[in-house]
Design a protein around this ligand. Structure first.
Ligand SMILES: [Zn+2]
Length: 218
């Protein structure tokens, strides 16, 4: 790919697919094998930058880096790590809006592998199923821990919740800061990005307004 196009895709945060693009053999190797390999590759990158890996402070960095990538920052790539989203019958017959707000987002942009941090605000109107509140946080955490594009993260959370809750009545709002915007490129420290995806009853502007009013009342 041409260098200019590579930069353009990164700076415009272009999204190509709602599914995270994965190789068919993505999870054939164990985490331990991946850590071993990434450790080796990252040593090469550090050496290429001119760093002396014999230095005590640097010598463990390739291992720390590899472990952090596989086990922490990108644990959400592997479906085996997906949290179990048990639902419960809506025994109270609760039919109004439920809002969970200020859920932490700790993600990484797939164009620069730099942090995306912010908050998710999620609302839903239950049908026959409800979900434990902490499960929503866990789901956000899972999809965040992949190389991401904010629009895709928003859609992946929405689609999953709609399927789990068996209703289209879900709204997902993400507000986040991208380190690749604040620390490189345009270097804007203050701007943030908001994405909004919804379905079902939230297609109705009055329901959307009620949702946003609830957020503002906090
Ligand atoms: Zn980026």
């Amino acid at each position: 790919m041409k260098k200019e196009l590579i930069e353009e895709i990164g700076d415009n945060h272009i999204l190509t697919n709602i599914e995270t693009p994965l190789l068919s053999n993505a999870f054939e190797k164990s985490d331990e094998e991946k850590i071993e390999n990434i450790q080796r590759y990252f040593s090469k990158i550090m050496q290429e930058l001119g760093l002396d890996l014999k230095d005590e402070s640097l010598s463990g960095t390739p291992y720390r880096f590899a472990k952090m990538y596989v086990k922490e920052l990108f644990y959400g790539l592997n479906p085996i790590n997906k949290p179990k989203l048990s639902t419960f019958p809506n025994k109270y017959g609760y039919k109004k809006m439920l809002v969970e707000q200020d859920i932490t987002i700790d993600s990484s942009c797939e164009h620069h592998f730099l942090p995306i941090t912010g908050h998710a605000h999620i609302g839903y109107v239950p049908n026959e199923k409800v979900i434990g509140l902490s499960k929503i946080n866990r789901l956000v955490d899972y999809y965040s821990h992949r190389p991401q594009v904010q629009e895709r993260l928003c859609l992946q959370i929405l689609n999953d919740l709609q399927e789990t809750l068996n209703t289209k009545n879900v709204i997902v709002v993400l507000n986040a800061k991208h380190l690749c915007v604040s620390s490189r490129g345009i270097k804007d420290k203050d701007s943030s990005t908001t994405t909004i995806e919804f379905g079902g009853c939230f297609e109705d502007i009055e329901n959307r307004n009620e949702f946003f009013l609830t957020l503002n009342k906090k």
